[in-house]
Write a protein that binds this ligand. Structure first.
Ligand code: PLP
Length: 395
């Protein structure tokens, strides 16, 4: 219809944009519909199927009519299972009042920002960082202060964090293993950052969605420190650990007051996570954990394959990732050779000429890097790496 003018939307919605990884998913779907053979090294999700015992628990839940609303923070069995799993794996001591189940870690993080950040507050986000932190902070009215780790091979140090702090800092975001770099942090540095934050009355929001995909040493969580600080919100997820991205199940572990505020918000926004997914979540957390270890070992092999495939390519420099399922190579040499402005141009040309998808680094905070997700079969990865090699050698 013509002649009807739409009234403006809120300033809040205009302050954020579609996530660049979701935008890539849309492009790939469109190309595939038009018959293009695409090697997709873009998506941030496991290629494995959800383990059978988890699927069976969900099927049983449907047959048992566990299909109603649940209590806002999730069924008691699930909350207990989250707390117990964390206690067993990290020696933490969260209570039942200190946990909430949410539809995905992303939603837990979104709620954390809504609850902790006010208009004008500063949030320290170490970069490179997952694309959504920036928009979550903006939507809450806050301002991101980016703390770059690129010069330190993506390793965050207490010094880098301290330099970014101001009297207006309200939250420090941590994410280990990191998306997109796969970087880890050592326990002493992590504990020191939590101490620095506690001393200055700053919240720490620790995104530990990839914690079980740690490739060297024991996985670490901020919840494991003795005298756990009262300023820490841990966000976890079943998405990557159990290959359950579509089930939408994550959680937060935090002081009871934060969980109570999250319950209020969750009750007004989504009521509760999907009941069937919650039952599946109990099976995942309390059932056999061998599947997690098996997937982790497979990711290590794929990581090695990806790093070997990128090695010695002209104009490309790769830091060995220590977790998650991403490599974040620096392609600035290629950009210079091709006279390109940034990674977005590089990825667009790679897709056009070779049908390989990678996510440009701009959304993660670096225009000279690209993100390659190796959560694909060995065969697909080999195909993709072969095409990337041809592309990089061609010019
Ligand atoms: N945090 C990071 C760093 C992620 O990469 C993702 C998903 O890609 C999430 C959180 C959210 O995952 P989910 O909402 O599926 O639990």
């Amino acid at each position: 219809m013509t002649g009807i003018s739409i009234r403006p939307f809120s300033r809040r919605i205009n302050s954020i944009e579609m996530s660049s990884t979701s935008a890539t998913v849309n492009t790939v779907a469109q190309m595939r519909r038009s018959g293009v053979d695409v090697v997709d090294l873009g998506p941030g999700e496991p290629h494995f199927a959800t383990p059978d015992h988890i699927k069976q628990a969900a099927i049983d839940a449907i047959h048992n009519n566990q299909t109603k609303y649940t209590s806002v923070p999730g069924i008691a069995d699930l909350r207990e299972a989250i707390v117990q799993r964390h206690r067993m794996d990290f020696g933490s001591n969260y209570s039942f009042e200190e946990v909430i189940a949410c539809p995905g870690g992303k939603y837990s993080l979104f709620m954390a920002m809504q609850i902790l950040v006010d208009e004008g507050d500063e949030v320290v986000v170490p970069t490179p960082s997952w694309v959504s932190f920036k928009d979550m902070v903006c939507f809450a009215g806050g301002k991101c202060v980016f703390a770059d780790t690129t010069q330190n091979d993506f390793v965050l140090t207490p010094d880098i964090v301290e330099r970014a702090l101001t009297p207006r800092t309200k939250v420090i975001v941590l994410n280990f293993p990191n998306n997109p770099s796969g970087a880890l942090i050592d326990a002493a540095s992590l504990e020191r950052i939590v101490e620095i934050a506690a001393d200055r009355n700053i919240w720490v929001v620790a995104d530990e969605c990839y914690v079980y995909l740690t490739f060297s040493g024991k996985p670490i969580s901020v919840g494991q420190f003795k005298g756990r600080a009262s300023n820490v919100v841990i966000v976890g997820s079943l998405s990557k650990t159990y290959a359950m991205t579509g089930w939408r199940l994550g959680y937060a572990l935090a002081p009871a007051a934060v969980i109570s505020a999250m319950q209020t918000l969750q009750s007004q926004e989504i009521s509760c996570p999907c009941s069937v997914s919650q039952v599946a979540g109990v099976a995942a957390l309390t059932g056999p954990q061998e599947c997690v270890e098996q997937m982790r070992q497979d990711y290590v092999k794929l990581r090695d394959q990806a790093v070997a495939g990128l090695k010695d390519l002209p104009g490309i420099r790769t830091v060995m990732p220590e977790g998650a399922f991403f490599v974040f190579p620096d392609v600035s040499g290629q950009l210079r050779r091709r006279n390109m402005q940034g990674a977005r141009e590089f990825c667009a040309m790679l897709l056009r000429e070779c049908g390989v998808v990678m996510v440009p680094g701009e959304g993660f905070g670096s225009a000279s890097h690209v993100r390659l997700a190796y959560s694909v079969s060995e065969r697909q990865l080999a195909r993709g790496l072969g095409k990337i090699r041809e592309f990089c050698l061609a010019n």
